[in-house]
Design a protein around this ligand. Structure first.
Ligand SMILES: Nc1ncnc2c1ncn2[C@@H]1O[C@H](COP(=O)(O)OP(=O)(O)OP(=O)(O)O)[C@@H](O)[C@H]1O
Ligand SMILES: [Mg+2]
Length: 266
């Protein structure tokens, strides 16, 4: 199977200056020589404790974070060196869904405007075509036409994430990066959103990079898993193999921390 995205030897160091007047500087290696490959049509989960570099990895793939070293090839294009129209086209093809849909939806914009914005930026269709695209997408994620005239604060957390998903998918991307898309939601709502993401993947043939610290969700949604720690990739493989035969102590500990996990009883 061919890789949709292939990232090699990614490194990123952040330098922090402590305090306002202080000259002490500390640096953190957020990505330490990481290589990943995402096959078309699969879900690759990224797990690891807070601060292990998961979001930095995600952001580096769409150049929201500029890496220090490494190469990122998406559909035979080197993401690090393209610019202008080519970068714009590639960004259309890789969309991101964030943890906090409220923070990522402009509170002053009605849903219709939020949904129109990406179509306008990429100059897709006339306004009648844009409206019909928006309407079918918003219905597909479980909302109704009347919701288009509301503002983000008029929705529940789960509904807001449905809007975030609709906005990401309106551009028909091939790769969708989900950074903790359900961790801010109630458990019952989490399951519904994960189900929605799964059915959308099937319908549109999407490829997911799915960041989560919840291994129960990994088991449910992921084909393959990578485990990160301190900016390093410490384990990778097919989901069932990682769950049944974890190699590192760290992964074993992550697995043991799942409530009611069967592997604990072995
Ligand atoms: N813009 C930044 N400036 C300085 N340091 C940063 C920046 N972004 C991330 N870091 C640091 O890089 C490390 C990795 O952060 P990152 O957000 O990628 O972790 P994460 O695995 O996504 O964590 P979480 O599970 O809490 O979201 C952390 O130590 C973080 O403090
Ligand atoms: Mg993060």
């Amino acid at each position: 199977m061919t890789a949709l995205l292939e990232a090699k030897n990614l490194s990123k160091e952040f330098v922090k200056t402590e305090g306002f007047f202080s000259r002490t500087r500390s640096s953190i290696q957020a990505l330490d020589n990481i290589s990943i490959s995402i096959k078309k049509g699969i879900t690759l989960a990224v797990v690891g404790e807070s601060g292990s570099g998961k979001s930095t990895l995600a952001k580096s793939l769409i150049r929201l974070v500029e890496i220090d070293k490494g190469s990122i090839i998406f559909k035979d294009k080197n993401i690090r060196t393209i610019n202008g129209e080519e970068l714009k086209r590639t960004r259309k093809n890789i969309q991101m869904i964030f943890q906090d849909p409220y923070a990522s939806l402009n509170p002053r914009m009605k849903i219709i405007k939020i949904m129109e914005e990406p179509l306008k930026i990429h100059d897709i269709g006339d306004s009648a075509m844009q409206y019909s695209k928006i309407l079918s997408m918003i219905k597909r994620v479980g909302l109704v036409e009347g919701d288009l005239l509301k503002y983000p604060h008029q929705f529940s957390g789960g509904q807001r994430q449905r809007i975030g998903i609709a906005r990401a998918l309106i551009l028909e991307p091939e790769l969708v990066i989900c950074d903790e898309p359900v961790s801010a939601l109630d458990v019952s709502v989490q399951a519904q959103i994960v189900q929605l993401l799964k059915s959308l993947q099937k319908e549109f043939g999407l490829t997911y990079l799915f960041i989560t610290h919840d291994l129960r969700i990994v088991r449910h949604i992921a084909d393959e898993v990578i485990v990160m720690k301190d900016g390093k990739l410490i384990e990778q493989g097919k989901t069932d193999i990682i769950f049944s035969k974890p190699k590192t102590k760290y992964t074993k500990e992550l697995l043991a921390s799942i409530p009611g996990n069967l592997s604990k009883r072995k």
